[in-house]
Design a protein around this ligand. Structure first.
Ligand code: 5GP
Ligand code: ZN
Length: 117
């Protein structure tokens, strides 16, 4: 069911503490940790504690929770002293989504090309 923890979801396991992660920030509704394969000096993943497959599904089901994720992305950028940064939601395998639990990538600390690859 949408929102419920999924046994086969890597990020639900990280939230549950079953898989270790370098935690950056936690709130009642969100969890943020460093990407295991960073693509920039700062590369943090912000996820809702509730399981939703992607950002659009999250926003459709729980708009306030989607806003929590975005607010946390901004707080992380501020804490990491990033003047400029990018928030990315890969959606669908063709766009590089590999974990089907909604997550914002917060990337910064180097020059970021536009358009992205
Ligand atoms: P996606 O490709 O779905 O947009 O993003 C998934 C991200 O999760 C990737 O950037 C990948 O490096 C990261 N990732 C995959 N497995 C783990 C893990 O076990 N721990 C952490 N911290 N990040 C992970
Ligand atoms: Zn999940």
């Amino acid at each position: 069911m949408s929102g419920e923890p999924q046994d086969d979801c890597l990020f639900c396991k990280i939230i549950a503490g079953q898989i270790p992660a370098t935690v950056v920030r936690e709130t009642e509704t969100t969890f943020a940790f460093r990407d295991i394969n960073p693509q920039a000096p700062t590369h943090v993943l912000v996820i809702p504690r509730a399981h939703h497959v992607d950002a659009a599904a999250l926003a459709a089901a729980e708009p306030a929770l989607a806003a929590d994720v975005l607010r946390e992305a901004g707080e992380i950028a501020r804490a990491e002293k990033l003047d400029s940064y990018r928030i990315v939601f890969n959606t669908g395998a063709g766009a590089g989504q590999t974990v089907f639990h909604a997550h914002a990538h917060v990337l910064g600390g180097r020059g970021l090309q536009w358009p992205p690859g």
